[in-house]
Design a protein around this ligand. Structure first.
Ligand code: ACO
Length: 322
């Protein structure tokens, strides 16, 4: 059996930066409240006309360039996204056409903030079974398009972005294991109304907004992430001390710190980008990974635990050797 190995990473953030001060002029909030409760200071927001596929393409090209891989060599493209450009074709198919990788397998995975971990888990299985040798995995979202800018409980949390990795088959890990979970019973706590109309007919015009009972999501996220980091370590006979870097989903600094405490991982070994990026949904984990690879913190041979929790509920982890 072969393993998948991350050859290189890439990411992209839209140019426009929105600060907490700007949000103060939109809703009854304050920079101090947002920093204290979430750790977020600013986030990047897409420009009018800029799409999820635009962000995905920039991140994918950066990863392919760093990997020295020609898009024509790709055998699989998986995009984790909850904000596809269209209902169909899949964003992965649009991305494939732009990259010039026609013919390979390409599809989207929709697991909200766990989207990248799901996409990575699926691509890893394609490689482990020997079906493909080289894959592009992207997490990309324009979650700002799903926000009610008059709802202070949600509009302060999210930003836009994309992250990508190029995977290649190898004899050694690479990816030790991935663990993917969902519990659809929690739909009422976090959802976006809207979609294909049940009676057929025209797609309803108007806005689809993120609805969240934040406090309840918070408690379940903390509880669940504590369990999942243990699951990943146990599956590989590892201890928290074997982990060089924890790269968590960047939703809220308090959730990140609670997970790190459970693992007894000191703050210096946790990659945190939530202050600058906010919650970029499926992009948050690969964005943070790319930041830490490019600034030299993550080195070849490091053991990294990636984890995420999001709408669905979905949650998952990946234990990898970079
Ligand atoms: N500014 C000022 N006050 C606010 C704001 C705001 N933006 N938002 C809420 N408040 C108020 C509330 O109205 C409440 O006031 P009250 O005490 O007078 O009733 C008070 O602040 C406390 O509200 P809580 O909701 O209890 O605040 P909490 O500490 O839970 O923080 C937050 C809210 C930041 C949303 C937090 O619950 C959270 O991060 N939840 C998890 C979100 C998450 O992780 N999502 C992950 C998945 S996202 C995805 O999958 C798409």
């Amino acid at each position: 059996m072969s393993y998948s190995r991350i050859l290189a990473t890439g990411s992209y953030l839209p140019e426009r930066v929105m600060t907490n001060a700007e949000l103060e002029s939109l809703v009854d909030t304050s920079d101090e409240w947002i920093r204290e409760r979430t750790g977020i200071e600013r986030r990047h927001i897409v420009a009018d006309g800029e799409s999820t596929c635009d962000l995905a393409e920039r991140a994918a090209r950066a990863a392919l360039e760093s990997a020295g891989v020609d898009p024509a060599e790709l055998e699989l493209i998986v995009v984790g996204t909850t904000t596809p450009d269209k209902i169909y074709p899949a964003t992965a198919c649009r991305l494939q056409a732009r990259l010039g990788a026609a013919g390979c397998t390409a599809f989207d995975v929709q697991a909200v903030c766990t989207g990248f971990i799901y996409a990575l888990g699926v691509a890893d299985k394609f490689i482990k079974t020997g079906e493909v040798k080289r894959a592009l995995v992207v997490g990309a979202d324009t979650h700002s398009r799903l926000l009610d800018w008059s709802d202070r409980q949600t509009c302060i949390l999210f930003g836009d972005g994309a992250g990508a990795v190029v995977l290649e088959a190898g004899e050694e890990p690479g990816i030790y294991s991935t663990h993917l979970h969902a519990d659809g019973r929690y739909e009422d706590l976090l959802y976006v109304e809207g979609g294909v109309p049940l009676g057929g007919g025209e797609i309803a015009q108007g806005h689809a907004y993120t609805k969240m009972r934040g406090n309840e999501v918070f408690k379940i996220a903390v509880r669940t992430l504590r369990r999942i980091v243990t699951e990943a370590l146990d599956a590989n006979g590892m201890q928290p001390s074997d982990i060089d870097w924890l790269i968590p989903h960047q939703a809220n600094i308090r959730i990140i710190e609670a997970t790190a405490r459970k693992l007894d991982i000191p703050a210096e070994r946790v990659v945190v980008t939530v202050a600058e990026h906010g919650n970029t949904s499926a992009a948050s984990v690969p964005l943070a990974l790319d930041v830490a690879v490019r600034d030299g913190r993550v080195k070849r041979g490091d053991n990294i635990l990636l984890e995420a929790f999001g709408g669905g509920f979905t949650w998952g982890s990946a234990l990898i050797r970079y």
